[in-house]
Design a protein around this ligand. Structure first.
Ligand code: ADP
Ligand code: NI
Length: 215
């Protein structure tokens, strides 16, 4: 009952969003999170609710307040009469889930949080991850690749990551996507990440070969 209410609300808000954060991202993350949670023996209700709500802030807040998501999720779950323990756990996960820069640690206290975080990151890898990266870069008007602007090696803080000049999309691979495999927090997530990572590396390699006109 709760799950159906949350799903229908989230689906309504995200339908038609065009930058890789649409309903189908949420849908894939939910499926991946449940798959991982089953393998890891995590609480499925917590994992599914958090997966459905993990990007809820992006629907209307764009001001960089990274607690906006949990505030909105709390409101929604209170409206639906969810129990307090579930609300607190889900909100803690939402606060912790987003990528905050290459050198910024994002620990997850609970197994359920680790399942959701891995699922979200897996959707930035593989074929879907490539498609999302170029869709996002296109939406921001960024070039596919700019050999004259090398990627930042480190971001000292979340602020530095948010405020930097946007990279070309291929540089986003170096800044984020190719680092995600080693940031996986569950064994099940890591296993899926291995294959998706190899696919990314192959794409990245071929992109540069073709860019240089070598074949
Ligand atoms: P999430 O934490 O849900 O993955 P993000 O907002 O970090 O959300 O990213 C959404 C999608 O857009 C991801 O697939 C991500 O790789 C991609 N993306 C984020 N920043 C960039 C960027 N600078 N260039 C290209 N793609 C990006
Ligand atoms: Ni997400």
């Amino acid at each position: 009952m709760l799950m159906r209410q949350v799903e229908s609300l989230v689906r309504g808000r995200f339908m038609g969003e065009g930058t890789g954060h649409d309903w189908w991202h949420i849908h894939r993350v939910r499926n991946l999170a449940i798959y991982i949670a089953r393998k890891e023996g995590a609480n499925l209700k917590v994992v599914e609710t958090a997966a459905l709500l993990h990007d809820i802030a992006d629907w209307k807040f764009h001001d960089g307040d990274h607690t906006a998501g949990s505030k909105e999720a709390r409101k929604i779950l209170i409206d639906f009469n969810a129990d307090q323990e579930l609300i607190d756990h889900v909100c803690e996960i939402i606060d912790g889930v987003s990528f905050k820069g290459a050198a910024v640690q994002t620990p997850m206290r609970t197994l359920e949080g680790r399942c959701v975080q891995d699922a979200d990151r897996l959707d930035a890898l593989g074929a879907i991850g490539i498609a999302r990266a170029f869709a996002y870069g296109g939406a921001k008007g960024r070039p596919l690749y700019d050999p004259d602007a090398p990627p930042a090696e480190q971001h000292e803080s979340f602020e530095a990551y948010k405020n930097r000049q946007g990279p070309s999309t291929l540089h986003h691979f170096d800044e984020k996507l190719l680092r995600l495999r080693d940031m996986m927090l569950t064994a099940a997530g890591r296993q899926i990440a291995d294959e998706r990572h190899r696919f990314l590396e192959e794409f990245h390699r071929r992109f540069l070969v073709e860019w240089e006109g070598k074949i």
